[in-house]
Design a protein around this ligand. Structure first.
Ligand SMILES: [Zn+2]
Length: 123
């Protein structure tokens, strides 16, 4: 039997994320009576949703951002200790391009994703 080809769906998950965050906040207000498994499953779902690929609705181009690599600034402390530059990483899970100079370009040089945290004139 031939494998059925799956159809990709473009979905704005913002409303779903807001609902889940509200449910989580409501459950957490119960303190010790809160259902831990319920809270964990909502947190897991929110994590999964935040890892989904995104696109710029104007250009339909895939979007990522430069994320700081935790602790990386230690390698870049200046001689006088007055400045530091964190290493950044492309957040596209299939890319992960590392930028040790923290130069934030509007597009990832490796995967070409639009980096949403960097202003770009064409926007
Ligand atoms: Zn990239």
């Amino acid at each position: 039997m031939a494998e059925e080809k799956k159809i990709s769906r473009l979905v704005d998950v913002g409303e779903l994320e807001a609902d889940l965050k509200k449910d989580l906040a409501e459950e957490e207000t119960k303190g010790k009576a809160a259902d831990i498994l319920f809270c964990e499953s909502i947190s897991d779902e929110l994590g999964d949703l935040s890892n989904l690929p995104t696109i710029d609705p104007k250009t339909l181009r895939p979007v990522a951002h430069w994320g700081d690599v935790p602790g990386s600034y230690k390698d870049h402390i200046g001689k006088d200790g007055s400045w530091f530059v964190p290493t950044t990483r492309c957040t596209n899970p299939e890319c992960g391009e590392i930028n040790p100079c923290s130069l934030k370009t509007p597009f990832c040089p490796m995967c070409g994703f639009r980096m949403e945290d960097v202003p770009y004139d064409a926007d």
